[in-house]
Design a protein around this ligand. Structure first.
Ligand SMILES: *[C@@H]1O[C@H](CO)[C@@H](O)[C@H](O)[C@H]1NC(C)=O
Ligand SMILES: *[C@@H]1O[C@H](CO)[C@@H](O)[C@H](O)[C@H]1NC(C)=O
Ligand SMILES: *[C@@H]1O[C@H](CO)[C@@H](O)[C@H](O)[C@H]1NC(C)=O
Ligand SMILES: *[C@@H]1O[C@H](CO)[C@@H](O)[C@H](O)[C@H]1NC(C)=O
Ligand SMILES: *[C@@H]1O[C@H](CO)[C@@H](O)[C@H](O)[C@H]1NC(C)=O
Length: 560
C-alpha cells in the first residue's frame, strides 16, 4: 500500500468513526434557523450520544442542552469535589481555521470544547439552589416514552432520497444512542395526519369486516417502515399503542368521517370486533400490539364538530361505558389478546375526572376494564393539574399516559413549525415535569417528523414536530430543540425506573429524579431562568457536588 493510499484509508476510517457505527457519539451539526439552532442530519451525518458510563461510585455524568446551542453535551465529574463545576455554554467563536479542516474535525473540536472547565467565572447575577435527592422515598414506576408513526410520517419518509436518512430518523428516536424511546402510537386506519380519511372495511355494509385479514394498501408502507425502525434501532421491546379516529362512515349516525356523528347502536359489537381484528392483523404482520384506547378524542364528535374538520367519532362517557362494558371489554378479555392494555378517554384534561365518574354511573365498574387513562396535553396550561390528582384519587392504580402532544394547535399559536424554537422546548419540559410529578408513567408525543409547513395533514390542521424534513431536497432533516427536551427525559430513564424524591430549595430549578433498574440515579434538571445557576446536588447516600449551569438549559444527571 502506498503512503497516500494509507492516508486515504485512515481518513476513511476516521470518517466512519465520525459518522458513527452503533453506539458511537457524533456531535450535533448545528445550523442557525429562524428562531434558534437546529441540528442537521443527512444520509451520511447525524448526531448521536452513546450513553455515558461511570467508572466508580463517586463519578457523575451530566448531559446538557441550552438555548445557546448545547445539544447533549456530556461532561463528567465527582461527588465530594470542593470546586464548582461549570457547564460551558455554547459559544460561536470565529475560527481562523485551515481550509482543509473537515466539517467533522470542526464538530469534534466543538464537542471537546463543551466539556467541563474548573475556571471560576465572573458571575453577575448567579443564582443558587440546593437539590436534595432521596432515593428511599419512591413514587410511580415509569413505562417509557415515545412518538407517533402516522400516515404523514410514512409519506415523508418514503420521499427521502436515500434510505440511510430514514434509518437516521429511526435511530435518532429509538436507538440507545438516540433518545431511547420504547413506545409508539399508531392510528387504527387513518387520522388527520394522513393524505385522506380512511378505515378498514370501508365498503358499505361490510358487517362481516371482510378483508381485515390483510393490510390495507395505506398501511403496507407504514408497517414496513416500523419493522425497519425496529431492526435498525435495535429496540428490544417496542410497545405499540393503537387508537381509532373514526369508524367507517356506514357504521355512523351521520354517515360521514367527521361532524356530529356517533357509532350506530347496531354496530357496537362490529366495532369491538374491528378492534380485535386489527390487533390480530398487526400481530400477523410482525407488529405485536401492546395497547389500544377506546378511541381518539371522543368529544370532537360531540362538542367540537364546528372546529374539528378531521376524522372523528363522538362518544359521551355514557355511550362509551356501554360500548366498553358490554362489547369491547368482553371481546378483548375473552380473546387470545386478553392481556392487551386498554386505555380510556384519550382526550383532554378538562374531561378528567368527570368522564370516568360518568362512565361508572352508567355502567358500574366499567372503568375496571381500563388498565390505563390516556390524556392529550393540549389544554394543560389552562386546566390545572388538580384535575389529575382528583382522577388518581377516584381511580387509583391506573397507568397514566400522555398519548398526544405537540405545539401549534391553538388559534393563537403559529400552527407551522418554528425552526430552532427554544421556547417550545421549554413548554415541553415544563409539561413533562408537571405530569410526571403528578404520577404519569408514560408520554407519547405526536408525529415524529413533519414537513416545513407542519403537515402533510389532509385538512391542514398543521402543527410543529420535534423533527422537520426538508422537502425541497428530501435529503436532510432538522432536529428541533423539542427533540432534545424530550430526550432529556427518555434517554437515561429506561422502562422500570422508579421516580424518587427530588426537592429543590427554591424555584430557580425544576426537576424530577428516578432510580433506574440498574440502581443508578437519573435526574432531569431544568433552569428556565435568564441567569446561570449554581446547583448543589445533595444525595444522603452519595454526598454532594456543585455545578454551575447556564441560563435557559436542561440537563440529565446520572450517578450511582
Ligand atoms: C457560584 O459558584 C461560583 C464558583 O464557585 C462562585 O464563585 C459563586 O460565588 C457562586 N454563586 C453563588 C450565588 O453561590
Ligand atoms: C492542511 O493545510 C495546512 C496548511 O495549509 C498544511 O500544512 C497541511 O499539510 C494540510 N493538511 C492536510 C492533511 O492536507
Ligand atoms: C428519605 O425518605 C425516607 C422515606 O420517606 C425517610 O425515612 C428519610 O428520612 C429520608 N431521608 C432524608 C435524608 O430526608
Ligand atoms: C361505581 O358505581 C357503583 C355503583 O353505583 C358504586 O358502588 C361505586 O362506588 C362506584 N365506583 C366508584 C369508584 O365511584
Ligand atoms: C432545504 O434545502 C434547501 C436547499 O439546500 C435550502 O435552500 C432550504 O433553505 C432548506 N430548507 C430549510 C427549511 O432549511
Amino acid at each position: 500500500m502506498s503512503a497516500s493510499k494509507g492516508v486515504l484509508l485512515l481518513a476513511v476510517l476516521l470518517l466512519i468513526a465520525a459518522i458513527g457505527g452503533r453506539g458511537e457519539t457524533v456531535p450535533c451539526k448545528v445550523k442557525d434557523a429562524e428562531q434558534g439552532k437546529v441540528c442537521v442530519c443527512t444520509a451520511d451525518y447525524c448526531d448521536y450520544l452513546e450513553n455515558p458510563t461511570l467508572t466508580d461510585d463517586t463519578e457523575f455524568a451530566l448531559i446538557s442542552s441550552s438555548k445557546q446551542g448545547l445539544r447533549f453535551a456530556t461532561s463528567h465529574g465527582h461527588f465530594g469535589t470542593e470546586d464548582t463545576y461549570t457547564v460551558q455554554d455554547y459559544t460561536v467563536e470565529p475560527v481562523p481555521e485551515a481550509k482543509n479542516k473537515t466539517i467533522f474535525s470542526r464538530l469534534l473540536d466543538q464537542a471537546l470544547d463543551s466539556a467541563f472547565t474548573l475556571e471560576s467565572r465572573e458571575s453577575t447575577i448567579t443564582r443558587f439552589v440546593t437539590l436534595k435527592v432521596n432515593r428511599s422515598k419512591t413514587y410511580q414506576t415509569m413505562t417509557g416514552f415515545g412518538g407517533s408513526y402516522t400516515g404523514a410520517v410514512s409519506y415523508l419518509v418514503d420521499n427521502f432520497k436515500q434510505p440511510e436518512l430514514a434509518d437516521h430518523l429511526y435511530k435518532s428516536f429509538y436507538a440507545e444512542e438516540g433518545l431511547g424511546f420504547n413506545l409508539m402510537r399508531i392510528s387504527i386506519g387513518g387520522c388527520d395526519f394522513d393524505l385522506g380519511a380512511w378505515a378498514y372495511a370501508e365498503e358499505e355494509d361490510n358487517t362481516m369486516l371482510d378483508g381485515m385479514d390483510e393490510l390495507d394498501e395505506r398501511d403496507v408502507m407504514r408497517v414496513g417502515h416500523i419493522k425497519r425502525l425496529v431492526e435498525v434501532s435495535g429496540i428490544k421491546n417496542l410497545r405499540i399503542k393503537g387508537a381509532a379516529w373514526s369508524a367507517p362512515p356506514w357504521m355512523k349516525t351521520n354517515n360521514r368521517w367527521t361532524g356530529f356523528g356517533r357509532l350506530k347502536k347496531q354496530y357496537y359489537q362490529t366495532w369491538a370486533d374491528y378492534h380485535l381484528k386489527w390487533v390480530k392483523l398487526m400481530e400477523d404482520n410482525g407488529l405485536p400490539i401492546w395497547a389500544i384506547s377506546t378511541g381518539n378524542e371522543p368529544l370532537n364528535g360531540i362538542f367540537f364538530m364546528y372546529f374539528v374538520k378531521f376524522m372523528s367519532m363522538g362518544w359521551t362517557p355514557q355511550t362509551q361505558a356501554i360500548w366498553l362494558n358490554d362489547h369491547l371489554g368482553p371481546t378483548i378479555r375473552n380473546s387470545e389478546f386478553k392481556d392487551i392494555i386498554l386505555f380510556g378517554n384519550d382526550d383532554q384534561r378538562y374531561s378528567f375526572p368527570h368522564w370516568f365518574k360518568m362512565m361508572n354511573y352508567t355502567r358500574p365498574n366499567s372503568v375496571d376494564y381500563l388498565d390505563g387513562l390516556s390524556l392529550h396535553w393540549y389544554w394543560d396550561e389552562i386546566f390545572g393539574s388538580s384535575l389529575i390528582d382528583e382522577t388518581t384519587d377516584y381511580a387509583p392504580d391506573k397507568l397514566l399516559i400522555v398519548s398526544e402532544s405537540c405545539i401549534g394547535d391553538k388559534p393563537w399559536q403559529r400552527s407551522a413549525p418554528v425552526l430552532g424554537s427554544w421556547e417550545r422546548a421549554e413548554k415541553y419540559t415544563r409539561a413533562f415535569l408537571e405530569n410526571i410529578k403528578h404520577g404519569f408513567h408514560a408520554w407519547i408525543d405526536w408525529n415524529i417528523i413533519l414537513d416545513e409547513e407542519g403537515g402533510p395533514n389532509y385538512v391542514d390542521n398543521t402543527v410543529d414536530a420535534p423533527v422537520i424534513a426538508n422537502t425541497t431536497t428530501n435529503e436532510e432533516f432538522y432536529k428541533q430543540p423539542m427533540f432534545y427536551a424530550m430526550g432529556h427525559f427518555s434517554k437515561l430513564v429506561p422502562e422500570g425506573s422508579i421516580r424518587v424524591d427530588a426537592v429543590p430549595s427554591n424555584v430557580n430549578l425544576d426537576c424530577v429524579a428516578f432510580l433506574r433498574p440498574d440502581k443508578k440515579i437519573a435526574a432531569v434538571l431544568f433552569n428556565s431562568g435568564r441567569a446561570d445557576t449554581n446547583i448543589t446536588v445533595v444525595d444522603s447516600e452519595r454526598g454532594q457536588f456543585t455545578v454551575n449551569v447556564p441560563a435557559k438549559s436542561i440537563h440529565t444527571l446520572l450517578y450511582s
